[in-house]
Design a protein around this ligand. Sequence first.
Ligand code: NAD
Length: 488
Amino acid sequence: MLVAGHALATPAERFGLYVGGQWCQAADGRRIEVINPANEEVLASVPYGGQAEARRALEAAAAAGPGWRELTAYDRGALLRRAGELTRERCDEIALLMSLEEGKTLAGARAEVLQAAATLDWFAEEGKRVYGRIVPPSVGSKRLWVLHQPIGVVAAVTPWNFPIALQSRKLGAALAAGCTTVSRPASGTPLCTMAWFSCLHEAGFPPGVINLVAGPPDTVVGEFIDHPVCRKISFTGSTAVGKELLQRCAPQLKKLELELGGHAPVLVFPDVDVAAAAKECVVGKFRNMGQVCISPTRFYVHRSIREEFTAAVVAAVQQLKLGDPLTPGCEAGPLFERRNVESVERFVADAVAKGARVLAGGRRPPGFDRGYWYEPTVLDQIDRTMRLTCEEVFGPILPLLTFDTVDEVLAAANDTTYGLAAYVLTRDLSTAIRCAEGLEYGIIGLNDPVPATPQMPFGGMKESGLGREMGAEGIYEYLETKMVSVGL
Ligand code: NAD
């Protein structure tokens, strides 16, 4: 199969739905076109299922459940490890497809695929550490046990911005725990997800243990919610949709894990190496063009270094290489969709109308007539009336604010409904500890612009979510805790 002139090793029939161990089409033949955001060309079309396919996938997962949970954690771990190896072997092809359909730089896409493989490795081992407990009884005639058992069929619903990494967090944990799964990729990024499922297929999971159904979110996810065999939905996406799902899951009290949006502050203290800190902030901000849930979105800079830091940030932004994400060395590609560009334009227009100053970017780049492009942008003279200080900005805007004291900046940083990630740049131990403890966020990057790794729990406080993925905590999201009280 050829995609944008690239010959693929993954067989053409595997770019389809995957149900009960078989690759298939939608029953009504429906397909959806996949668009390249760099030039708006159609890359390919893939089957687009609906309620019937979602139901078949759930039933296949339910049928495979008993056999899967009876395997030992060692057997399940061996399959996950094999899936990780195959993911690494196919990294280049999966990353190419991801870069083409999502707009991420090829280097960023490769890093994501390798992270997914590392996540599968992590959970291959974590399944072996679900110990349960024997608890001392208060009367001699009893024995007390705590058991952890798989929840059952789990649905994994993910957005387009990290199509493989986010699926790997859900499937790795669920499969290691002994659950079977149905996955729905975002409609705009099915190609890399299907190529990755080809690796999972070859790893040898028994039929029905993993399933993949592309299709409209309301019908496919609606069926996951409504069908009683589905015992849990693990959702990553926006806070608005997360709240909607919470309401839709309420009648059945269906378990729902939510990994939602963020609005990450960066606190830059005066003891840092200003040039290095500015560079780090620019790299962190423009990773995937700011379309990252933990992307820094408010930069609080200590007043004493404000001018030096601002100049260094602007210089670093102006040096970013914007262009075709497949070109080696490219640092900034297109945004994912036209509506993302329009959303960024509205945020900038609102801020400028209220007094913000554009120090870099602030427009669609000249010469990029096709595709969804916006220049990496730096704004200052920001105040809290501007929408970008309180609503999640999913794009390439770096707003600069100023602070004087630790107490003041902690209060400002926490003044949001979000609580996913926050960043602190300082070498001062006491400032670092005060910030790490005082920030109301689930993820703190202390002199670390990329605080995500399989062995650490990832998730948000407040309206950024419910639950944690990865780390030692992640697998327990897919396990029921049962107590057994035994009378002798
Ligand atoms: P979105 O909520 O619009 O969509 C997320 C997924 O849900 C997509 O697959 C989409 O097709 C589906 N969906 C959309 N509407 C739905 C509905 N009514 N019912 C069921 N499913 C529905 O989010 P998006 O714009 O695609 O993704 C960006 C958002 O995801 C941002 O808010 C970002 O912060 C968040 N995100 C969070 C994390 C995290 O780990 N916390 C990671 C990545 C992205």
